[in-house]
Design a protein. Structure first.
Lengths: 490, 517
């Protein structure tokens, strides 16, 4: 399949004229109908199902004939994946450390565009069961952008009484539009965003979550950057950080997680020309391109990551902007696991979508794309899931010195597994120590050293994600906000 | 254009030093090996790697835990080719290749550090680098396959990035510092002293420089510099504990450094004299020969640095000064051999002090003076190597070569090969017989100390199919495991074996082959 034959999905601009119900229908199924292979509406394609079932069958059959050999081979395979993912992470980190690529727009440059020159900016705010909408509106009013060029759209499910009643008490500026989302499946954030996009009037589009505190100049900086960027640059991702990272150990871990992501991994991915899975908020798009590529996939629970990959497949670029949006770090373990398991599930959905026929092999068959897709998008949830099992196995062996377990590891596998276990765990802890330093947050160094505790939570999340991918693929785990203590730290 | 060409040439400078020095050191090393001037410590490190690949029971743990593993690990990939190039193993040439590359690397890093310290004149820098490269200990350590060359390379790598961190403050440099310290520790345990000094320095500088959260910055910086070292030290100790049951085998093993020093105490003291005063005098004599300018120039440098509030010269002092202090202290306390090579760290210490002083002074006559001083003192080191009082190992190596010990041991190997022994039929303690084992073309005939069935085979040779025992006189092999299991075996068969062969060199070093009855 050549590049020209690839189905390029699109959302019809004309959908703006439709009634709410029809718009919701386009928003929900537009992508899945125009380019079914690019949507996670069907978790696996027929080919994928055949391959998966056949692979499972072969493994089971071989396991019956030669159980020990099968276990050894599987452990060998896992070890190999581990090592590859580890090397790739190291490479990303190294690239990121060397600076990677980050766009910097100075305050003067941000202010250099006159109100006439500034494009109309659509800001999509998907909200669900959000009693704190007043704070949100306050944060948005701090944005430094001419009001007549702002098109802020609060996307609220029609039956979301909590938010509607909170909204009644507010007196909104003219730049706010409240969009009621008709209650149709799938009830996900990306579907709401699509609805919001369909009758928006912006040339540029961004998304903020309800609890976000974007840096006031962010829209001006992004507008400046996009106006001056190559037309192939379809999206600019701002950096995310947390305002409550000192709340507890979990938020400290989370802060390090994001720190590594935005300081090293993202710039590293960009330096390697690998696809960049976008973060959930503060990504700034050219509206034109969003329409052209079919916007968000409502059936994918990490529509942001998927969109980053789709942009890459279709030849667009994503860049990183030096401007921080503060978010609320999840401070509650259970709530964190729900959120993380959604991310992992979404990454798996994204992996499956982009491995389909006409996937990156056909379109961008380069090594960087493959490495990014398999080792990063697929590797992240997979490693989180396997990590726990590996630890259990190691612990079991250390405690029992069982010959049975020792027998599963022939020398070749054993040494590589040993090296990746010791070196891998050590390196990731060390990277976190470095991240703390690079973030100018040396107080996080203890959290960095205690990282294995965070991996344990990741393991639980990955298990939950795997189970949910099979039984409830498009279910959206809502993350509860407002768990920070007072919300005004730092 | 010309500017670009100049900067390319400058960047190429260290590479030229690396290539030239590695080749020259390798050539000298080969010349020494071809005359059987073999450094036994170097050969035994090669042997450790050889067991991993070619013993009857090849496994990674056979690399042994008495010595830190990196010098042996580095020879592993070369030893793969020993079936085609036997000298890699039989003469320990694999060790020489590694040490020559390390020595060349160390010289190159010194050239870079001199530039970073502000020796801007290419002429001065290259003459200084050249003088460093021809120091007796630098040449010999790089040529004979000793682990000193690797220690110097890992330490100079650490010092280079520590210097850059002190000068430029980018935390990424601390990652290199940490890596260097970890590798240095895996090369030689005295690097632990460097690690302590460097981590303390980084902590203090981190605290002083921090804009706020002073202690946290200090801890974070120190963690970046120290964690890889801590992981290396802990990892090595735990591995050792798991596999041989002791955390630090070099201090506890019957073959370890402590045991060797204890059993060699009399012979050490016969040269150095006993008592703290004699030892200190001996150390001072050594230092005067190896690097007479190092200590005084370092003191001057520290004084100037204090006045200028400049931390740059602390890089060399923390890394090399700590190794030197550790080695001298352990000798002064009577727990080291006091070999002259243990003073080697003084050479880069002195050179870096010179580099700093030249960079700071920016006076031509001053640079010329220091260069001339270094040149003038260079022959002292060579003189020391030629004098048995200081060059004790070197004198011994000459004696051993003249007496034909290695030739005799190769004959042992050839004679045993000629017996066409079955696999695992000769038991021997390779802590002493490694030259024989390395020279054998049928290494599988031997049951060696690193084999996991060694203890069982030793306890019941017949049941294990062992026919012969190969051992040296207790005088040469004070803690031979086979002799210890069968006391009197060397002397008269100990009632369990009959003499089947004997070999002797001109110094009376004797090997005997016994056949179990």
């Amino acid at each position: 399949m050549t590049r020209d034959e690839v189905v390029v999905p699109a959302l019809p601009r004309s959908a703006a004229a439709l009634d709410a119900c029809a718009r919701a229908d386009v928003a929900a199924n537009g992508l899945a109908e125009s380019a079914p292979t690019l949507s996670a509406k069907r978790v696996t394609s027929r080919g994928q199902r055949i391959i998966l079932v056949a692979a499972l069958g072969v493994v089971l059959a071989v396991a019956v004939i030669a159980p020990l050999g099968t276990i050894t081979a599987l452990i060998g395979l896992v070890t190999f994946i581990y090592l590859a993912a580890l090397i790739y992470r190291g490479l990303l980190f190294y690239q990121g450390m060397r600076g990677g690529r980050v766009i910097r727009v100075s305050d003067e440059q941000a202010h250099s565009l006159s109100d006439e020159e500034l494009p109309v900016y659509t800001v999509l705010i998907p909200v669900l069961h959000e009693p704190l909408i007043e704070t949100l509106v306050g944060n948005l009013q701090r944005l430094d952008y001419p009001v007549d060029k702002l098109d802020i759209r609060l996307l609220i499910e029609a039956d979301d009484e909590v938010t509607w009643s909170a909204l009644e008490k507010l007196d909104l500026d003219a730049c706010f539009t409240v969009v009621a989302i008709a209650p149709r499946q799938p009830r996900t954030k990306p579907k709401a965003c699509n609805v919001g996009l369909l009758d928006s009037r912006g040339d540029l589009v961004t998304i903020y979550d309800a609890e976000d505190r974007p840096e006031p100049l962010q829209l001006r900086r992004a507008a400046y950057a996009l106006l001056h960027a190559d037309p192939q640059v379809a999206c600019i991702q701002a950096q995310l950080s947390f305002y409550n990272s000192r709340q507890n150990l979990l938020t400290r871990w989370f802060a390090l997680d994001y720190g590594a992501w935005f300081h090293y991994l993202l710039p590293g991915l960009e330096a390697l020309k690998s696809p960049i899975p976008l973060g959930g908020t503060s990504n700034h798009f050219r509206a034109e391109v969003l329409y052209r590529i079919g916007a968000w996939d409502p059936w994918n629970v990490t529509e942001d990551a998927d969109l980053g990959l789709r942009l890459h497949r279709l030849g667009y670029q994503v860049e990183v902007l030096e401007s921080v949006t503060l978010e609320e770090a999840n401070s509650d373990g259970i709530n964190w696991i729900r959120q993380r398991s959604r991310w992992y599930k979404g990454y798996l959905q994204t992996l499956l979508v982009h491995l389909r026929r006409g996937g990156p092999v056909a379109q961008r068959g380069d090594l960087a794309t493959w490495a990014g897709l398999l080792l990063f998008v697929g590797g992240t949830p997979l490693l989180a899931a396997l990590n726990g099992f590996q630890w259990c196995l190691t612990l079991a062996w250390a405690l029992t010195r069982s010959d049975l377990i020792a027998g599963w590891f022939p020398p070749g596998v054993y040494y590589v597994a040993m090296i990746s276990a010791v070196l891998g765990n050590g390196l990731v802890i060390y990277f976190n120590v470095l991240t703390a330093r690079a973030m100018g947050r040396p107080d996080l160094v203890w959290a960095a050293v205690l990282s294995p505790g965070y991996w344990f939570l990741m393991w639980l999340a990955a298990l939950k994600a795997a189970a949910q991918l099979v039984f409830n693929p498009s279910y959206w785990e809502k993350t509860t906000h407002g768990l920070d203590e007072g919300g005004q730290h730092e | 254009m010309s500017e670009g060409a100049t900067s390319t040439r400058r960047r190429g400078e260290p590479w030229v030093w690396f290539v030239v020095c590695s080749i020259v050191y390798g050539g000298i090393g080969w010349w020494l090996l071809s005359r059987d001037l073999i450094f036994p410590d170097a050969m035994s490190r090669v042997a450790n790697a050889y067991y991993v690949l070619f013993s009857r029971d090849p496994h990674l743990a056979a690399i042994g835990f008495v010595w830190n593993p990196l010098p042996s690990l580095a020879t592993l990939p070369l030893l793969v080719f020993s079936p085609w190039f036997p000298a890699l193993a039989s003469l320990g040439a694999a060790g020489t290749i590694v040490s020559a590359l390390c020595g060349g690397g160390c010289v190159a890093v010194m050239a870079v550090m001199l530039r970073d310290l502000g020796v801007t004149s290419a002429w001065t820098r290259n003459v200084l680098t050249g003088l460093f490269a021809i120091q007796a200990l630098v040449v010999l350590s790089s040529a004979v396959g000793a682990s000193e060359a690797m220690l110097m390379l890992t330490c100079s790598y650490t010092a280079l990035f520590l210097l850059r961190w002190l000068q430029q403050r980018d935390p990424w440099f601390l990652v290199h510092v940490g890596t260097g310290l970890g590798l240095a520790y895996l090369t030689r345990y005295e690097a632990g002293a460097s690690a302590v000094a460097v981590v303390l320095l980084v902590f203090v500088v981190g605290v002083v420089r921090a804009p706020r959260q002073r202690w946290a910055y200090g801890v974070n910086d120190a963690a970046l510099a120290g964690l890889p070292f801590a992981a290396a030290a802990l990892g090595w100790a735990v591995t050792s504990k798991v596999i041989v049951g002791t955390w630090f085998a070099t201090f506890t093993s019957q073959y370890g450094n402590s045991a060797q020093v204890t059993s060699g105490q009399a012979s050490i003291e016969s040269v150095t004299g006993s008592g703290l005063d004699h030892r200190l005098l001996y150390l001072a004599e050594q230092l005067v020969h190896v690097a007479p300018l190092a200590v005084p120039l370092t003191l001057v440098t520290l004084a100037i640095a204090l006045v200028r509030r400049d931390t740059a010269p602390l890089a060399g002092v923390a890394v090399f000064g700590a190794v030197l202090a550790f080695d001298d202290l352990t000798f002064a306390l009577g727990s080291s051999f006091g070999w002259i090579r243990l003073q080697m760290a003084a050479i880069p210490l002195g050179l870096l002090a010179m580099g700093y002083l030249i960079g700071v002074a920016r006076r031509r006559w001053w640079a010329v003076l220091l260069v001339v001083a270094l040149a003038a003192t260079t022959p002292l080191g060579w003189q020391a190597e030629a004098t048995p009082r200081w060059g004790r190992e070197e004198a011994l190596a000459r004696e051993v070569a003249q007496a034909g010990q290695y030739a005799m041991q190769r004959r042992v190997a050839a004679d045993l090969d000629a017996l066409s022994p079955t696999d695992g039929s000769i038991i021997t303690d390779v802590a002493y017989s490694f030259p024989v084992f390395l020279a054998s073309s049928h290494p599988h005939s031997y049951v060696v100390t690193t084999d996991r069935d060694f203890a069982a085979a030793l306890a019941d040779p017949h049941a294990a199919g062992v026919t012969y025992a190969l051992l040296a006189s207790p005088q040469n092999a004070p803690s031979d495991a086979v002799e210890q299991a069968y006391p009197g075996l060397f002397e008269n068969g100990g009632g369990v074996a009959t003499l089947a062969g004997q070999w002797q060199d001109a110094r009376g070093t004797t090997w005997r082959l016994y056949r179990f009855t």
